[in-house]
Design a protein around this ligand. Structure first.
Ligand code: AMP
Ligand code: TRP
Length: 331
């Protein structure tokens, strides 16, 4: 008897900057947790990285680093297709088709674009940065993915992806699956350690603002110790205490324990012990990932081959979906 096809999952991370605990808790960890239940496509979105200037040598190195971290975090290449976006030309091709139906107005409203151009203005921003969400929609729709596990910052991009899928289906006939976001309650929006009003970001120039997945244990301990806290001494999540709320959220997502339970444990105790225990919880989760990733990076050829095998499979799966979109549009 034929087995029922599993629902498809698609997600990706850009190979730029340093992958941090926000990427781990908001995305990677959840991919690993659900990989048995779905047909999985996990992409290294190198074309997205090109929307801001990259050093070519560094980009090449980062691509392998992300591949190593995917595997080290627990993605199983036997169950997941792991590949680079640029090795599957259909992503850029479908992006162009969708550009025909995406609207200038809706792209102008994307908060990520507005955030990324806040400092320098839009005049010098690349056209790619503006078009970034359309390429992301192409990534997802190209595989008819039903589910997209991401951090909270991608919610708006996912909504646009759904709009574009529906608009295309309406204009040209049923073609794309309308995907659902999968966003966890805890760890979906990790804030910077030195400024809890700002999202923890890979491209931050301040290493103290993030915990990198590849940070050594002592660096993790130091960064947690130096993390800003709020006034008062109470360890309780609340809107007036964004710093401690962030640390509690990280603690909860790292250990799987509810925030209330952690608050109870530290009631009447100071920040010192709390931070020390939090640092150890993070070290316990990230250290094995770091060690496995470093070992995998000793074999760059092996990583390249794995990515190439993934790309072959991704090309095969996406080809008929692109062809169908092209045909429907009259190409
Ligand atoms: P990026 O770093 O933009 O390539 O994002 C890769 C994945 O990590 C996406 O699913 C993001 O939503 C997620 N992510 C990025 N930054 C954070 C953060 N500070 N907290 C939680 N998730 C995040
Ligand atoms: N835009 C995502 C981010 O910055 C990365 C990404 C690109 C992505 N294509 C995707 C995530 C497709 C999920 C699905 O976080």
């Amino acid at each position: 008897m034929e087995r029922e096809r599993r629902a498809r999952v698609f997600s990706g991370i850009q190979p730029s900057g340093n992958l941090h605990i926000g990427n781990y808790l908001g995305a990677l960890k959840n991919w690993v947790a659900i990989q048995d239940d779905y047909e999985n496509y996990f992409c290294i979105v190198d074309l997205h990285a090109l929307t801001v200037p990259q050093d070519p040598k560094e980009l090449r190195r980062k691509i392998r680093e992300v591949a190593a971290i995917y595997l080290a975090a627990g993605l199983d290449p036997g169950r997941c297709v792991i590949f680079r976006q640029s090795r599957v030309p259909a992503h850029a091709e479908l992006c162009w088709l969708l550009n025909g139906i995406a609207r200038f107005g809706e792209l102008s409203r994307m908060t990520q674009f507005k955030d990324k151009t806040r400092k320098e203005g839009t005049e010098s921003a690349s056209a790619g940065l503006f078009d970034y969400p359309v390429l992301m929609a192409a990534d997802i729709l190209l595989y008819n993915a039903q589910l997209v596990p991401v951090g909270d910052d991608q919610r708006q991009h996912l909504e646009l992806t759904r709009t574009l899928a529906r608009r295309f289906n309406h204009l040209y006939g049923e073609t794309f699956v309308v995907p659902e976001p999968m966003i966890m309650k805890s760890g979906a929006r990790v804030m910077a350690l030195d400024d809890p009003t700002e999202k923890m970001s890979k491209s931050s120039p301040r290493p103290g603002s993030y915990i990198s997945i590849l940070d050594e244990p002592d660096a993790i301990r130091r960064k947690v110790r130096r993390a800003v806290t709020d006034s008062g001494t109470e360890i309780k999540a609340s809107p007036e205490k964004p710093a401690i709320t962030n640390l509690l959220d990280i603690y909860s997502a790292t250990t799987g324990r509810p925030v209330e339970e952690i608050e109870d444990e530290y009631r009447g105790r100071g920040y010192g012990q709390f931070k020390q225990d939090l640092a150890e919880a993070i070290v316990e989760v990230l250290s094995p990932v770091r060690e496995r990733a470093l070992a995998l990076l000793d074999d760059p050829r092996g990583l390249d081959e794995l990515l190439e095998r993934g790309a072959e499979k991704a090309r095969e799966v996406s080809r008929p979906i692109l062809a169908s979109a092209q045909a429907k549009m009259g190409l």
